[in-house]
Design a protein around this ligand. Sequence first.
Ligand code: ZN
Length: 94
Amino acid sequence: MRTRTAVLLTAVVPAAVGAAVLALKAGHWQLYVDRHRIELTPRPRRSCRNCRGAGGWWIGGPFPEMEACGCWSGRHELRLRLLPVPPWPDEPPF
Ligand SMILES: [Zn+2]
């Protein structure tokens, strides 16, 4: 019975949120929900030996760049498109 209530709540909550945006960070994933898409993106692991949760490190030289760690950059991002984004108007706004 409790699982049935939980399933009903998970089905009702997104409808009640409506146009609101939901962003949730749990574990090593980030969930982003709005009316146009649902995204599940990987985050750096705090237990990673290389970056220790920072997500990367700086490479020295005259033009320093940040190199992404493989603990999150090698994983796939999941995206579900819901409503299409309206096209950008061709006319200038003024
Ligand atoms: Zn890492």
